[in-house]
Design a protein around this ligand. Structure first.
Ligand code: ADP
Length: 538
């Protein structure tokens, strides 16, 4: 029907209807505008929130391309929002983290094909991201994956939070745990009631258990020989905060062993006691070594005592022997002396001379033995007087000259014009010099030179005897001053008992001096000794 065919009433009614529709449309438009306004407000509100939050909020499309990221990213990573929007995943995260992210994404994609369909799903990932300065930082991202009705991923909304500090703390704890686990010292923890809550493998091994389930939760006092003592230790830890000392522990098989325990009370950050911790060092080996050492020490002491007694006995014996020998030699000497004086030239006189020579050599050797024995017992008497060393040396040199000449040796006296006098036993000192000269003569090659030298050095008088003999190897230089020591290669060659230098040493040391030798194999020897110029007379 055309408008012109309509009745007036009909037209009026349609007009009223249209007006009504227009009013409704206008109301709808107003509602729409209001809703749009509200939406804009809400978007502004959320963006404001996202822009100002400390966490980083972001959205990604289904191709994992950032579509929004909050400005807080710049504070955290150094990159601006614009820079971030341009960056690929590989530029944002370390390779391991990209891999973890891709894996998670693939899981999300396949999840959409299953029951979740259009439902959003969330997950948390720990990733390591790059900062603009090149360093890396651990972050935690909470993601919500959005899907359409068919389950296809349409985008991701995420919140990123820094966890570097937490990671570091966790790592520190992990290392600490590892260190305790692998410590060669046994470590255990107990609650405040004294029941075992933790033990490391070394503890298990030391106490002879196979696995921790056997003993976890058991009272710690059970692992000690004396339970009351262990209880006392625990009280000390609880009351004083710690205890350190030795205890006797009891193994699973009942055997006991010594342990050094260092126990302490562990408190939380507010100072409240939370548990007790003990560190144990097995003392078995140390105790065994100590016992062995003690045993060796006892043995050594016993040996030394025996040796000292032996030396004493030997010295006493030598003294007695010397005395016994001296008694018959004295009349032989006196009688042979008289015989030599009284007998006429002839075979009997030469026999008598032999007896006299033999007797006086024997007498000298007996005297040497006696002196040494006295020296060893500290009984060598010194008859000290003020002695002029020059006079003494000249006297010795002239007395020894014939002996030198008889071996075609030249004896040279090399002394300064003057020397200070010394407070010594002259005849003993002479004995030392004669001994050194006799040795020098004995070891010198025919036609060689022996020098007797003296000088003052600091507060001492130094006397030296130098020869051109075979010299003495370094390894023997100290030993030749020991009684009865003779250099191996010389033992068969020349007579002697190895007592001369030992006696020299005894005499020099009784004067407070020192004796030595400087020598090199094949280059002669220089024996020297010192006596102090001033002696403290007590
Ligand atoms: P002995 O009476 O046997 O000579 P000594 O105590 O006087 O005993 O000397 C000990 C050893 O020192 C000698 O056997 C010898 O090997 C060595 N000795 C001593 N003086 C000399 C020297 N002037 N040159 C080389 N060797 C020497």
């Amino acid at each position: 029907m055309k408008d012109k065919d309509k009745t007036k009433e009909q037209l009026i009614s349609e007009l009223a209807e249209m007006r009504q529709r227009i009013t409704e449309l206008q109301a709808l438009e107003t509602q729409h505008k209001q809703a749009e306004e509200q939406l804009r407000d809400s978007e502004r509100h959320y963006r404001l929130l996202a822009d100002n939050t400390n966490d980083i909020i972001w959205t990604m499309d289904k191709n994992l391309q950032l579509t929004y990221i909050s400005p807080s990213i710049e504070r955290h990573s150094g990159y601006t929002v614009e820079e971030m929007m341009e960056m690929t995943l590989e530029q944002t995260y370390t390779p391991a983290s990209v891999e973890a992210m891709m894996k998670a994404y693939e899981e999300e994609v396949s999840l959409g094909k299953t029951g979740v369909k259009g439902q959003p799903t969330s997950r948390v990932l720990e990733l390591e991201g790059y900062k603009k300065d090149g360093s890396t930082e651990w972050i935690e991202i909470h993601t919500t994956v959005l899907r359409d009705q068919d389950g296809n991923v349409t985008g991701i909304v995420g919140v990123t939070r820094k966890i570097t500090e937490r990671k570091k703390a966790e790592e520190k704890l992990r290392i600490r745990d590892k260190a305790i686990e692998s410590s060669i010292n046994a470590v255990a923890m107990a609650n405040l009631e004294g029941n075992l809550t933790y033990l490391n493998p070394s503890f298990l091994k030391l106490w002879g258990y196979d696995n921790e389930e056997e003993i976890l939760g058991r009272p710690t006092v059970e692992f000690w020989q004396a339970e009351e003592e262990a209880a006392m230790v625990m009280r000390a830890v609880l009351e004083k905060g710690g205890w350190q000392g030795e205890l006797v522990a009891k193994r699973k098989d009942g055997l006991v062993f010594n342990v050094e325990l260092s126990a302490s009370l562990v408190r939380d950050e507010y100072g409240k006691p939370v548990c007790m911790m003990g560190c144990f060092i097995d003392l078995t080996e140390r105790k065994r070594a100590e016992a062995e050492l003690q045993h060796h020490y006892e043995q050594e002491r016993e040996l030394r005592q025996n040796l000292e007694e032996e030396v004493k006995r030997r010295v006493e014996f030598t003294r007695a022997l010397v005395h016994e020998l001296k008694t018959p030699v004295t009349p032989i000497l006196a009688s042979s002396d008289l015989l030599v004086e009284q007998l006429q030239e002839g075979p009997s006189l030469s026999l008598a001379k032999n007896i006299k020579e033999g007797a006086s050599t024997m007498n000298r050797r007996i005297d040497t033995l006696l002196d040494l024995a006295r020296g060893e017992l500290g009984m060598l008497q010194l008859n000290r007087k003020q002695v002029d060393p020059l006079q003494l040396l000249q006297k010795v040199a002239s007395e020894m000259s014939p002996a030198a000449s008889s071996r075609e040796l030249s004896l040279v006296l090399d002394v300064p014009r003057s020397l200070p006098s010394v407070w010594v036993d002259g005849s003993r000192l002479q004995q030392v010099i004669v001994n050194l000269l006799t040795n020098a003569f004995k070891w010198s090659p025919q036609g060689g030179k022996v020098t007797l030298r003296a000088k003052q050095k600091n507060d001492a008088l130094i006397v030296e005897v130098q020869d051109m003999g075979p010299g003495i190897a370094k390894e023997n230089q100290q030993k030749i001053f020991d009684a009865y020591y003779r250099v191996e290669s010389d033992r068969q060659r020349l007579d002697g008992l190895g007592l001369g230098l030992a006696l020299c040493k005894t005499i020099v040391e009784s004067h407070g001096g020192k004796i030595w030798v400087e020598s090199e194999k094949g280059k002669g020897s220089t024996f020297g000794f010192s006596v102090p110029l001033h002696v403290d007379v007590d």
